[in-house]
Design a protein around this ligand. Structure first.
Ligand code: FES
Ligand code: FES
Length: 157
């Protein structure tokens, strides 16, 4: 069984025919070819599939597309603005906060949502905001440092 839906992703509107059981994660990756959003546990535990729905970090593996019609969906591909990388993307690269990179899109999305609401968060706030994004590689210290550096960068800008 299929349904027709309209999604707004990274500012673009798409009308799609999707199987009713297909998750937002599958639609983003397999129908819109936005493969920056990663396919991890599919159980809501790893955060690799995090996207923004109206600015709020949301697990795409637990979301049905029909639930988010008419909402603004932002994936990692939509994080840059006017050809400029988000400050987090720059500091993650500069500070080596990504290793294998599999968790990185989800971490960046969660971090961007945090900085949008709290431009200069305390370390404990950063840890809490990223608690749902698991990383097997970095030990998290570099990730936290990169978020702090991005907040300082925003302050200078
Ligand atoms: S793939 Fe969605 S939380 Fe792991
Ligand atoms: S950089 Fe490899 S899982 Fe985070």
């Amino acid at each position: 069984m299929h349904e027709q839906i309209t999604l707004t992703v990274n500012g673009e509107t798409h009308t799609l025919t999707v199987p009713v059981h297909r998750t937002l994660l599958e639609v983003l990756r397999e129908q819109l070819m936005l493969t920056g959003t990663k396919h991890g546990c599919e159980l809501g535990e790893c955060g690799a599939c995090t996207v923004l729905i109206d600015g709020v970090p949301t697990l795409a593996c637990l979301t049905l597309p029909i639930e988010v019609q008419g909402r603004a969906i932002t994936t990692i591909e939509g994080l840059e603005r006017d050809g400029q990388l988000h400050p987090l993307q720059i500091t993650f690269a500069e500070l080596g906060a990504a290793q294998c990179g599999y968790c990185t899109p989800g971490v960046l999305i969660s971090g961007a949502a945090l900085l949008a609401h709290d431009p200069h968060p305390a370390l404990e706030t950063i840890k809490a905001a990223l608690a749902g994004n698991l990383c097997r590689c970095t030990g998290y210290t570099k990730i936290y440092e990169a978020v702090q550096a991005a907040s300082e960068r925003s302050l200078e800008a």
